[in-house]
Design a protein around this ligand. Structure first.
Ligand SMILES: CC(C)(COP(=O)(O)OP(=O)(O)OC[C@H]1O[C@@H](n2cnc3c(N)ncnc32)[C@H](O)[C@@H]1OP(=O)(O)O)[C@@H](O)C(=O)NCCC(=O)NCCS
Length: 201
């Protein structure tokens, strides 16, 4: 079937959270954000585009199956210069959920935000903040489709694309022109790779 990209809204938040927990289901992800009702609600609130003070630069995209169920989504952040705004939003996210591993969340997400700030600074760039495909729908090109949405825009605007990859995502990003930066992962048990795709001029 042909999957078409649509923008997700706050009404989709719970569905996006389901996809999130299906996609990020390895032992490390289960430890950092276990799928308890409280943590599920917390993730849904943070995915609720539009009603959690989402920035105008953020775009949530979804792909649904023929029944209308969301099976994949991405969160892209368009280029902008306001590092202070990004920092403010990172601060807001630091109220970690009851039931999650707060210390691990702090180290994991805190280090990602810090490296993003250090690596990209004020440079305008597209940022792929999240890419999740439901486990039953992986390997069918859906992740590539949501990735290419941002890559095409970045190329039109001649800007770089930045992301911090999970172990699962890395082959897809390497295949699509990203280069890995040589930055050690803060958590040896879960390899994160900071990646940049150069601008096309
Ligand atoms: C990583 C992830 C987003 C990739 O999404 P995906 O939809 O499975 O990826 P795609 O199907 O687009 O591409 C993956 C592979 O399927 C292949 N593929 C692409 N189109 C295909 C199609 N129509 N049919 C079959 N295979 C296809 C791709 O060539 C690729 O092959 P490769 O193994 O040679 O690289 C997904 O696996 C996922 O959600 N993982 C868990 C969460 C995660 O780690 N997210 C990334 C965070 S940075």
């Amino acid at each position: 079937m042909a999957f078409e990209i649509h923008e997700a809204t706050s009404c989709d938040a719970k569905d996006l959270a389901e996809v999130f927990f299906s996609a990020f289901s390895d032992p490390f992800c289960r430890a950092i954000l276990p799928p308890t009702p409280e943590v599920r609600d917390w993730v849904a609130v943070h995915l609720a585009n539009g009603n959690n003070k989402a920035s105008e630069h953020e775009v949530f995209l979804k792909l649904s199956d023929e029944s209308g169920a969301v099976v994949a989504f991405a969160k892209w952040v368009r280029p902008y210069h306001a590092v202070a705004d990004r920092d403010r939003r990172n601060e807001e996210v630091h109220a970690w959920p009851v039931g999650g591993d707060k210390a691990l969340c702090e180290r994991f997400f805190g280090s990602m935000a810090e490296q993003h700030r250090r690596i990209m600074g004020e440079k305008p760039h597209y940022f792929l903040d999240l890419l999740c495909v439901h486990s039953s729908f992986q390997g069918r090109g859906l992740g590539s489709k949501l990735l290419k949405w941002g890559l095409a825009r970045a190329d039109e605007e001649s800007v770089e694309v930045y992301l911090c990859s999970s172990p699962d995502g890395k082959p897809l990003y390497l295949k699509n022109g990203f280069q890995s930066l040589d930055i050690p992962s803060p958590l040896p048990e879960y390899e994160q790779t900071h990646m940049i795709r150069p601008a096309v001029h």
